[in-house]
Design a protein around this ligand. Structure first.
Ligand SMILES: *[C@@H]1O[C@H](CO)[C@@H](O)[C@H](O)[C@H]1NC(C)=O
Ligand SMILES: *[C@@H]1O[C@H](CO)[C@@H](O)[C@H](O)[C@H]1NC(C)=O
Ligand SMILES: *[C@@H]1O[C@H](CO)[C@@H](O)[C@H](O)[C@H]1NC(C)=O
Ligand SMILES: *[C@@H]1O[C@H](CO)[C@@H](O)[C@H](O)[C@H]1NC(C)=O
Ligand SMILES: *[C@@H]1O[C@H](CO)[C@@H](O)[C@H](O)[C@H]1NC(C)=O
Ligand SMILES: *[C@@H]1O[C@H](CO)[C@@H](O)[C@H](O)[C@H]1NC(C)=O
Ligand SMILES: *[C@@H]1O[C@H](CO)[C@@H](O)[C@H](O)[C@H]1NC(C)=O
Ligand SMILES: *[C@@H]1O[C@H](CO)[C@@H](O)[C@H](O)[C@H]1NC(C)=O
Ligand SMILES: *[C@@H]1O[C@H](CO)[C@@H](O)[C@H](O)[C@H]1NC(C)=O
Ligand SMILES: *[C@@H]1O[C@H](CO)[C@@H](O)[C@H](O)[C@H]1NC(C)=O
Ligand SMILES: *[C@@H]1O[C@H](CO)[C@@H](O)[C@H](O)[C@H]1NC(C)=O
Ligand SMILES: *[C@@H]1O[C@H](CO)[C@@H](O)[C@H](O)[C@H]1NC(C)=O
Length: 757
């Protein structure tokens, strides 16, 4: 820098002062350590701070540096321009501001801001239009707040924006107008809001530099544009969870930089085709699930040599799995479930494959040995019938989950299941496996969480030490086989057990009171076996503390139930907030897959399958045994009971079950007085029809009880009427010499629909 001549001569103080000023300025611009905050900006920041004072801004010590009379450029979250000292970046992410942004907020006086992050700041209310004042913004991050309303049109002013993130708020409305001038945008994420309207074509016209476009989980609805290749720098696009329709957007796949495409959960239709895909394509992840795509997988898919994740599930794809898939050597996750694929699994060797879901197709033939290396193997609901020879010798020890259910396997359980060490699920249900359960299975199930052998043709006994070290097991279902003998005593080691079902076997044993010590046992189904003897032993604890569903019907239990019988069943009586369910989650967090087991209970003499048992489902079914006497009074403490199927006389205590809004005692052999509580008296007359020995009906029916047909009782129970399921009329009153049953149903919330298949 040139210093003018005339300053050289005299050493007067003015010159000296000026000199040092120049030096200082030079120094300041060279070193960021000496920035000074603009007064205006400090005032604006303090003003901004005070807007949130009421709501605990200050309580967070992390902003304690924001003090008057200190340089605001060194305050936490602030960056100043090194030359001008103007505040250019404000980063308050994760600080709970917990208030709304005001129209005249100090924030909007920081007009030189280039970066603004208010991510996860608990902001609510609308974005004020004065945001348009921050016309230098390049980077705006409002992710994870509770912001509502439309994005103000004034954001058209933010013509410099490169990065915009509004993910996970509650914004509504159309974005065409506010997003009109985003010509420099490279990263846009507005997912998880309630934006409406058509695909934002304005982006196609303006923001052609976009590399990240995420608009998933909104309410966009329109035909999907066919000129997506205009986004010539696109790398990552996610439009899932909207209502886009139209044909497969082939043009999108011409963009060479593309690595991630998610079209999941829309209404795309027709065949998929890829034109002129170069084998240098960078595509790594492709999600096409939950659309209406059809036709075969095109052979050209094998050009995506870098593909790691391919989801085609829940469409109407047909034809065989193309052999060319074997060229996708980088595949880690491959899901084509819920389609109409046919034929065998092609020969291949995808050594990186960890997750394979072929379930719910029409595939057949054998399970080839190369699948032995896959971690999670879902092959259910197909027509597979054999295991390849190579599977016998392949290393299957890495398999964590194996689901072979609902196929056509027959014959003895394969030897290699003894080599398995799955830590998640082993599901062989609904096949025709026969012969006995090998003793070595006790080694297989040591790390396991769920074992399902339901509905096969297995015979023999359950070895007494089968469960000796099975401390992780949460679900055991061996129902629908021909197993004999006693329940294995080693079950007592299954301290994680929640669900135990031996329904429909030939188990001949006493009631397993000893299972009552299992702390998590929610569901116990012993129905339709040869259990015998009394349920109640004076010396044995009956405290099933977590039990929510018990079905011991159709056995040879006899004896009486003492009045206090249910009094220790805390699982039935206490309201718990914890989210317990019988759905055991599959260990594949990235895509949220989960495993469901099913259970069956009797309804109208017909089995109704409860595909999923909710945490708020409580049921007792003791019907078709030889109990005698009264229903124990203590049933009145089962405060959350939804379904009760006992026999005998109605105890008055039932009236205290306030949630039992709908009851039906018709078609039973019930006796005695109808309890006088309002709960009972509110019921319709028809709820008590067809019982020979009831009295007290006059109050309810208004005239002497005359049994008459009650047409509504015979309605299809699987169609809830006014959200009410009348389970009941069933009356379980069949079987020779058997006490009648009684079922009481609750007024169900709509989600019960999912219990019915
Ligand atoms: C304060 O902010 C930090 C992040 O800067 C956050 O981790 C912490 O939970 C906050 N404290 C309170 C009390 O909100
Ligand atoms: C947010 O503010 C509301 C009152 O406006 C208050 O009830 C709530 O507890 C605050 N939440 C947090 C996390 O500070
Ligand atoms: C917006 O900017 C204008 C100047 O362009 C200024 O007068 C006004 O006060 C600003 N609004 C807010 C809320 O800061
Ligand atoms: C602004 O944000 C961009 C993108 O995150 C970042 O690269 C840059 O360092 C930030 N600038 C300041 C001053 O914080
Ligand atoms: C747009 O920005 C300019 C300054 O760049 C400002 O004067 C004007 O008020 C802003 N408009 C809106 C609508 O915020
Ligand atoms: C924004 O775009 C509209 C047209 O879409 C135009 O009229 C306006 O001048 C633009 N504003 C700025 C600040 O570029
Ligand atoms: C892109 O296609 C849509 C229709 O799909 C059309 O309305 C729009 O004008 C096209 N835009 C460009 C820039 O070609
Ligand atoms: C699936 O495709 C088949 C023929 O390819 C067709 O018959 C069937 O109706 C389609 N199903 C749906 C739900 O579109
Ligand atoms: C198992 O079934 C096969 C037919 O699938 C039959 O040949 C075989 O005898 C059966 N084995 C046993 C033990 O029942
Ligand atoms: C089950 O095994 C029995 C013999 O134990 C046989 O009679 C029956 O046909 C088998 N069931 C099926 C479905 O193969
Ligand atoms: C069960 O665990 C014990 C102690 O770790 C061990 O000695 C035994 O071999 C195990 N048995 C089985 C069947 O895994
Ligand atoms: C219960 O049944 C057994 C036979 O299984 C019989 O010996 C016993 O006497 C019966 N007990 C009662 C109380 O009926």
């Amino acid at each position: 820098m040139m210093i003018p001549n005339q300053f050289y001569c005299p050493f007067d103080t003015v010159t000296l002062f000026f000199f040092s000023l120049v030096f200082l300025l030079l120094h300041t611009s060279a070193s960021p350590m000496l920035q000074h905050c603009h007064h205006d900006h400090m005032d604006a920041l303090l003003e901004f701070k005070h807007e949130f004072l009421v709501n605990g801004f200050n309580s967070n010590s992390s902003l304690s540096s924001w003090k008057k009379n200190s340089d605001c450029c060194v305050w936490e979250g602030i960056t100043c321009d090194t030359k001008s000292g103007k505040v250019i970046s404000l980063d308050l992410k994760y600080i709970p501001l917990n208030n709304s942004l005001k129209l005249n907020s100090g924030l909007f006086k920081l007009q030189h801001l280039r970066n603004l992050s208010l991510r996860d700041c608990h902001l609510h209310g609308e974005i004020p239009s004065s945001l348009g004042n921050l016309s230098h913004l390049k980077h705006l991050d409002l992710l994870g707040n509770y912001l509502v309303g439309e994005v103000p049109t004034s954001v058209r002013n933010l013509t410099q924006l490169k990065y915009l993130n509004l993910n996970d708020n509650k914004f509504t409305g159309n974005i065409h107008v506010p997003f009109a001038n985003f010509t420099k945008l490279t990263h846009l994420d507005i997912s998880n809001n309630q934006f409406t309207g058509e695909f934002p074509l304005v982006l196609l016209n303006q923001a052609t530099s976009l590399s990240v476009l995420v608009i998933s989980n909104n309410k966009f609805k329109s035909i999907f544009p066919s000129n997506m290749s205009r986004f010539h720098k696109l790398e990552h696009i996610d439009v899932g969870g909207n209502s886009f329709f139209g044909p497969f957007p082939t043009s999108l796949f011409m963009v060479p930089s593309l690595t991630w495409v998610n079209l999941r959960e829309n209404q795309f239709e027709g065949p998929i085709e890829f034109r002129s895909i170069s084998s240098s394509s960078k595509l790594q992840s492709l999600f096409l699930s939950q659309n209406n795509f059809e036709g075969p997988i095109p052979k050209s898919i094998s050009n995506f040599l870098n593909l790691e994740t391919l989801f085609l599930s829940d469409n109407n794809f047909t034809g065989p799995i193309p052999i060319s898939i074997s060229k996708l050597v980088n595949l880690v996750t491959f899901d084509i479930s819920q389609n109409n694929f046919i034929g065998p699994i092609p020969k291949s060797n995808l050594v990186k494959l960890e997750y394979l879901d072929l379930s719910n197709n029409k595939l057949e033939g054998e399970i080839p040995g190369w699948l032995g290396g896959v971690l999670e193997l879902m092959l259910s609901h197909n027509s597979f019938s054999r295991f390849g020879k190579s599977l016998e010798v392949s290393d299957v020890t890495h398999i964590q989950t194996l689901d072979l259910s609902s196929n056509s396997f027959r014959g003895p359980l394969p030897h290699w299941i003894c080599k398995l060490r799955p830590s998640m699920f082993l599901d062989l249900s609904n096949n025709i496996f026969n012969g006995s359960i090998p003793q070595c299975l006790r080694n297989t199930i040591v790390p396991l969480r769920a074992l399902n052998l339901q509905n096969n043709n297995l015979t023999g006994i359950l070895f007494q030490d089968l469960f000796v070290n099975a401390t992780n097991l949460e679900l055991v279902d061996v129902s629908g086989n021909k197993l004999e003998g006693k329940l294995p005593e080693s079950l007592i080691n299954c301290i994680s057990l929640k669900f135990f079902n031996v329904r429909s076997n030939k188990i001949k044993d006493k009631f397993p009171s000893w299972l009552s010590s299992l702390p998590s046992l929610n569901v116990l189904i012993l129905r339709s076996n040869e259990f015998y003897g009394p349920l109640y032993h004076p010396r044995v604890s009956i405290g099933f503390q977590s039990l929510k569903v018990i079905d011991i019907s159709n056995n040879h239990f006899n004896g009486t139930l003492p009045p206090f019988y249910f009094s220790k069943w805390h699982g039935m009586t206490t309201l718990r907030e914890e989210h317990q369910s019988y759905t055991v989650y599959m260990g594949y967090p990235a895509y949220g897959g989960f495993y469901r087991s099913s259970m069956e209970m009797v309804n109208k003499g017909v089995d109704t399958k409860f595909q999923r048992i909710r945490k708020d489902f409580k049921a007792i079914d003791f019907s078709e045994n030889k109990f005698c006497g009264k229903i124990p009074n203590s049933v009145g403490v089962l405060q959350e009971l939804r379904l009760l199927n006992l026999s005998g006389q109605i105890p008055g205590e039932l009236g205290s079950l306030s949630f039992l809004s709908i009851m039906n005692f018709s078609h039973n052999n019930l006796q005695g007085p109808i309890p006088r509580s309002t709960q009972f008296q509110r019921q319709k007359c028809s709820a008590f029809m067809y019982n020979s020995n009831f009295y007290g009906l006059e109050d309810i029916c208004g005239k002497p009880h005359v049994p008459n047909p009650t047409p509504q009782e015979s309605e299809d129970l699987s169609k809830p009427k006014e959200q009410v399921i009348s389970w009941i009329s069933a009356a379980i009153a069949y079987g020779p010499g058997v006490f009648c049953g009684l079922v009481i149903a609750h007024k169900f919330s709509p989600h019960i629909h999912s219990w019915f298949m």
